[in-house]
Design a protein around this ligand. Structure first.
Ligand SMILES: O=C(O)C(=O)C[C@H](O)[C@H](O)COP(=O)(O)O
Length: 212
C-alpha cells in the first residue's frame, strides 16, 4: 500500500532536496540508493527517460529506506509501471490530465510541471496544490515563483531544472517552495563509472547547503 499523497509531500518537504536520477542500468540502482542514503538523502526521482527506470525503482524500493518517485512520467502506462515497482510519487515535465487522474486513482502524490498561471489553474482544477516548476531556470527562476505564489497562496512548488549549489538558496528561501529537484548530486558519468563515494560526497554537500 502506497503512502498517502500528503505524507509523501511532507517527507519531500522535510528532505528539501529531490535527486533526479537517470539510470541506464538497473544494476546501478541499489549502490546509488546506498550512496544517497549515506549522504543523508534517502530520496530519488528515477526518470522514465531510460528503459531501466521501473527495474531501478524496484531495486531501490526493495531496500525499504528510500522515498521513491518516478520522473519524466508521460503516460498512464508509465504511472502503472511506476506504482507496481514501488514508487510513492510521480513527477511529470508538464501537466497531463490523464497522468494526474491515474495517479489519483492509485492514491499517490503527483507533481505535474506547471510554470504559468494558466497551468497552475489547470492543476488546481484537478484538485492539486503542489506542482513541479520545470524548467525552473528558463521559466523565470525564483522571481517567477514569488510572483506566482502571490495570487496562488495555497500552492507549493518544486522547482527543478537548472537548480544547483549556486542558486539553491534563492529557491529554498521562498516559503511556497516545498523542495527543489536536481541532478547535480547524481551526475550520470559518476553513476556509470561506479564512483558512488563521490556521489555520497556531493549529496552530503547538498544536504549541508540546504540546511543552512
Ligand atoms: O523531465 C522530467 O520530468 C525531469 O525529471 C526533468 C528533470 O527534473 C530535470 O531535467 C533536472 O534538471 P537538472 O537538475 O538541471 O539536470
Amino acid at each position: 500500500m502506497s503512502p498517502q499523497p500528503q505524507q509523501t509531500l511532507d517527507q519531500l518537504s522535510a528532505a528539501r532536496l529531490v535527486p533526479v536520477v537517470v539510470l541506464d542500468d538497473a544494476a546501478h540502482a541499489d549502490p546509488l540508493a546506498a550512496a544517497l542514503a549515506a549522504g543523508g538523502l534517502p530520496v530519488a526521482e528515477v526518470t522514465f527517460r531510460t528503459a531501466a527506470a521501473a527495474d531501478s525503482i524496484r531495486a531501490m524500493a526493495a531496500r525499504g529506506d528510500m522515498i521513491l518517485g518516478a520522473g519524466t512520467v508521460l503516460t498512464t502506462d508509465q504511472v502503472d509501471l511506476a506504482v507496481a515497482a514501488g514508487a510513492s510519487y510521480v513527477v511529470s515535465p508538464g501537466l497531463s490530465r490523464a497522468v494526474v487522474e491515474r495517479c489519483q486513482e492509485h492514491g499517490i502524490l503527483v507533481l505535474p510541471g506547471a510554470v504559468t498561471a494558466t497551468e497552475i489553474q489547470a492543476a488546481l482544477e484537478l484538485g492539486l496544490t503542489t506542482v513541479k516548476f520545470f524548467p525552473a531556470g528558463t521559466s523565470g527562476g525564483a522571481p517567477a515563483i514569488k510572483a506566482l505564489a502571490a495570487p496562488f497562496g495555497g500552492v507549493s512548488f518544486v522547482p527543478t531544472g537548472g537548480v544547483g549549489p549556486a542558486n539553491l538558496h534563492e529557491y529554498l528561501a521562498i516559503p511556497a517552495v516545498a523542495a527543489v529537484g536536481g541532478s547535480w548530486m547524481v551526475p550520470k558519468n559518476l553513476v556509470n563509472s561506479g564512483d558512488f563515494a563521490e556521489i555520497t560526497r556531493l549529496t552530503a554537500e547538498a544536504v549541508a547547503l540546504a540546511a543552512r
